[in-house]
Write a protein that binds this ligand. Structure first.
Ligand SMILES: [Zn+2]
Ligand SMILES: [Zn+2]
Length: 251
């Protein structure tokens, strides 16, 4: 009840602010119109097209055209998640959006970015008839969280959960290690080991039999999501899917 009041109050405040200070588009700086920081023109120009991608890990092929596939990494060793869905390629204007959101205090882009996640969910995940017990953000190192003040994956997960009316459960996964987990120069096995050591899953009684949607902003090598999914499943989760805003094209 209190939460709903808070959401309503915030929305009203948002409208009032829009009226007094119209929002400018993050790209062209003209008034962005209602409820976001991307104007209709710039939204139309934002290319979300991707080349064929891996049906398991979402890695995008460098070759345009042709059907989706299962990549050699996934053929060799299936990740612990069932499938990863990626909104867009991590480059160009979309990369700029995520950068602003993540590194330049751009929390105000939350709504715009969540819209992309919701749209991908509705177009690609909902038709599969899956029912998620919870949405889980990939956690962030406590020291980093203190420095940045927010975990961008958690902001995305919370807003997506609100949109989809699925509970957001931030405590099902914890970040413990301080090491960098997604070092692209490491071998895949090392990356997975590092990543697995950096997270902890909640007690099995919170996870048993659950189908979860893990949310991250940028999925780089996939090692983090793989390790998180593995921990969640080891603790009893039935299935883990991944939804990420972006992923760089496969090298
Ligand atoms: Zn614009
Ligand atoms: Zn793959």
């Amino acid at each position: 009840m209190l939460r709903r009041l808070f959401v309503t109050a915030r929305r009203l405040l948002g409208w009032a602010l829009d009226f007094v200070y119209p929002r400018d588009c993050v790209f062209c700086e003209r008034p962005a119109g209602e409820g976001g920081y991307i104007c209709a023109d710039c939204l139309g120009r934002l290319s979300l097209a991707r080349n064929p991608a891996c049906l398991v890990c979402g890695a995008e092929s460098a070759m345009p055209g042709g059907p989706d596939f299962i990549c050699s990494d996934c053929l060799r060793r299936r990740p612990a998640f069932t499938r990863a869905f990626v909104v867009a390629r991590y480059d160009g204007a979309f990369r700029h959006l995520i950068h602003t959101f993540k590194y330049h205090g751009g929390v105000w882009l939350q709504e715009d970015l969540v819209r992309f996640l919701s749209a991908t969910y509705i177009a690609r995940i909902a038709p599969l008839g899956l029912r998620f017990d919870a949405i889980v953000p990939v956690p962030m190192q406590p020291a980093k969280l203190r420095a940045r003040g927010y975990n961008q994956a958690a902001l995305l997960a919370q807003a997506l959960a609100r949109d989809l009316r699925i509970p957001c459960r931030q405590r099902l996964l914890r970040r413990v290690g301080t090491g960098v987990v997604s070092q692209t120069r490491l071998r895949r096995e090392e990356r997975l080991r590092n990543a697995a050591a950096a997270y902890r899953a909640a007690h099995p009684r919170h996870l048993r039999g659950k189908t979860l949607l893990l949310v991250d902003d940028v999925m780089t090598t996939g090692a983090t999501c793989d390790a998180c999914a593995r921990l969640l499943r080891r603790a009893g989760a039935k299935r883990v899917y991944v939804l990420a805003l972006a992923r760089p094209m496969r090298l």
